[in-house]
Design a protein around this ligand. Structure first.
Ligand SMILES: Nc1ncnc2c1ncn2[C@@H]1O[C@H](COP(=O)(O)OP(=O)(O)O)[C@@H](O)[C@H]1O
Ligand SMILES: [Mg+2]
Length: 378
């Protein structure tokens, strides 16, 4: 199949030299069982490429299971991946199959591989090398036939130097590394994405698409797209839904770029932090600290001898959504504050969890957990 046909069949948009090269590699490696490492920032299209590899492999009749290592709490990651025996740990009431067992004959897409705990990395390397693994709570090795496609937005070499990633696993993974560049490094693809996404969204939702003026397209091409293709898709979707068939011009684009959280920047946009952003980060951090202090007080009060006073409860509830008219201060339940901060950070970084976690000064894993907890997933 030639490259264009292939891209069409698997929905891979792009005509830049970068995309062409990636598609060539995909076509070469797909039919083999070789482990592939896909690297690139959030939203560049890592999963799109993984799906194309699986779909053109000899395993395509079986499923590809996508697992996000960053979203699984460290404590249960091994039982998720490799399964567990009944009674292996408290709560392990039944024997459970892990993803490697479930994916037998197929493919596992292991996203955010940089988040695998070191102890799990050893076991993962073993599966890669000879297909062997053990269920948690068992000493009997089991065999599986699984092709692994791993992905990360981290610089694994840096992680190795920091002692967070095993070098043997890194060397094993990097032999076939597909690097997907940032969208702003292949700006010529922007108009293709805009046209294609607009057509898809318009067909699927039966919304008319009025087109984009050349000036508007130029702005889109020059925008820095911190959230990459995902951000572009979301933006096209908003524009279509709201403008309903109107021709999208430069002022519309400016408006949407602002709504995507870049209002404090002019187009084209630069990547240094604005004063507003720095200030917001300081506020986030102060609020988080405040929350921790209050949790501690709550904890102390609830363990207070005999006087089992729900004072702490009342203290918090009494202030819900009330406004102090003198100072204009607003009080919110702390978990609501936290939720809003997280939404704010995700918005600000266009869904880029790594950057959002960094701004909130929490680990990506904690952020994932909270996103789950608050039901903020896409
Ligand atoms: N080359 C591409 N062609 C078509 N759609 C793409 C392409 N790259 C990314 N996308 C779309 O952008 C969004 C994010 O892609 P995804 O593969 O989930 O990114 P990542 O895994 O790198 O975060 C998805 O909606 C995906 O369909
Ligand atoms: Mg992804």
């Amino acid at each position: 199949m030639d490259r264009e046909q292939f891209q069409k069949q698997y929905g891979i948009i792009g005509a830049s030299a970068e995309i062409k090269e990636i598609v060539d590699i995909v076509q070469q490696v797909a039919p083999t069982d070789i482990t592939v490492l896909i690297t690139g920032e959030s939203g560049v299209g890592k999963e799109v490429i993984a799906k194309a590899i699986h779909a053109t492999s000899k395993r395509s009749h079986k499923q590809m299971i996508s697992v996000n290592a960053g979203a699984i709490p460290e404590g249960i990651i091994e039982s998720e991946l490799f399964g567990h025996e009944k009674g292996a740990f408290t709560g392990a009431g039944e024997t459970r199959k892990g993803y490697f067992e479930l994916a037998d004959g197929g493919t596992i897409f292991l996203d955010e591989i940089g988040e695998l705990p070191l102890a799990t990395q050893v076991k993962f390397l073993r599966v890669l090398e000879n297909g062997e693994y053990m269920r948690v709570g068992s000493a009997t090795p089991r065999k599986c036939d699984v092709r692994v496609i791993a992905a990360t937005n981290k610089d694994l070499e840096h992680e190795v130097r920091q002692g967070h990633f095993r070098s043997d696993l890194f060397f094993r993974l990097r032999s076939i590394n597909i690097r997907i560049p940032l969208l702003r490094e292949r700006r010529e693809d922007v108009p293709l994405f805009v046209q294609d996404f607009a057509r898809q969204i318009s067909e699927k939702n039966k919304i008319p698409f009025g087109g984009v003026t050349p000036e508007a397209m130029e702005l889109l091409k020059n925008y820095h797209w911190p959230g990459n293709v995902r951000e572009l898709r979301n933006m096209v979707e908003s524009m279509l839904v709201i403008e309903r068939g109107k021709v999208i011009d430069a002022s519309d684009v400016r408006k949407y770029v602002r709504e995507m959280g870049d209002g404090n920047r002019n187009l084209p946009v630069y990547t240094h932090k604005s004063a507003e952003q720095v200030e917001r980060e300081l506020i986030y951090r102060a609020l988080l600290e405040m929350k921790n202090d209050i949790m501690e007080i709550k904890h102390l009060l609830s363990h207070d001898n005999g006087h089992s006073i729900p004072v702490n409860q009342r203290f918090v509830e009494a202030h819900i959504d009330t406004e102090n008219h003198e100072t204009g201060d607003r009080f919110l339940p702390l978990d609501e504050m936290e939720r809003r901060m997280i939404v704010g950070a995700l918005d600000r970084f266009n869904g880029n969890r790594r950057l959002a976690a960094k701004a909130l000064k929490i680990s990506e894993r904690t952020l994932y957990r909270k996103i789950k907890e608050f039901g903020l997933e896409e």
